[in-house]
Design a protein around this ligand. Sequence first.
Ligand code: HMG
Ligand code: MG
Length: 292
Amino acid sequence: MSKVKIIEVGPRDGLQNESKKLTNIQKYNLIKRLEKSNIKNIEVGAFVSPKWVPQMKGSAELINKLYKNKKTKTTYSALVPNEIGMLNALKTPIKNIAIFAASSEKFSKKNINCSINESFKRFKKVMDLSSKNKIKVRGYLSTAFGCPYEGSVSHAKVATLTKKLLAIGVYEVAISDTIGIATPKDVELLLKRLKKSKVDISKIALHMHNTKGVALANVLEGYKQGVRVFDTSIAGLGGCPYAKGASGNLATEDLVYMFNGMKVKTDIDLKSLVSTKNWIEKSCKIKTRSHH
Ligand code: HMG
Ligand code: MG
């Protein structure tokens, strides 16, 4: 039976864009519920500036609490944009982080306040500290299917930046449709271009926002092209505060439902996920975008 790996990004990507700011207790309860559904990889926070993304303030305290009470083998991860973020991450027991680059200059500037080139100089410092401290690093490549400020992005540029991220030592690159504009044809063509550029497809994940309702179809195309790692967000929460028009990620429960039907193993308990989606709607008073 085929198998896919799901990275649940709801507690980070999902909550960073919610106008309602959840308390650390609510975030902790959400993550514990996700673990109960047998989700094994959860992005739980971000070591970014609280002035830029106030919803991620308190990530260090949350991570310390999660490790203190850790009973499962769940892998927790968090975003790190620069050396300051890395030094803050090192004050916690976290063992997996993610750096995030952009495929378009304007989005890079809006999101992390620097050019793409400058971001790679910052990542170098993060990578050095990570390797010294035995921390695994994932990479995101945003605006891979188009930028809210510059429009289309060339496949050649995405291929070059993907290879550059892999060359600095990330173990996987999440090709990200930040504003959710891709269609399956775009996914097919971009993945074929990456393969042509000799990118190992087993090191590629897809991170699809669902602005136009096509994210599930995009994942299916990615699966057909050989991708086996997908990012999703419980209840379809999410978006990027610095990408105009970006809406939520593909809902975890929608993806699990599809793969269950295709007899592709996710190991995730759908019933329990749906109960968490209902819980978020009720107890956290967050309007969701799920189909369950
Ligand atoms: P900056 O203002 O250019 O940084 O921000 P700076 O180096 O000039 O420093 C200015 C102040 O920020 C200083 O403090 C620093 O100490 C502090 P002050 O002296 O003024 O008191 N600072 C920090 N504080 C906490 N943590 C840090 C940090 N770095 C500097 N790491 C920075 C640069 C990257 C920090 C900022 O632009 C930022 O935090 N941006 C937020 C980016 C973000 O979280 N975006 C959303 C996540 S990415 C996303 O959603 C896309 C993704 O889902 C994939 C996809 O869908 O495409 C991953
Ligand atoms: Mg995202």
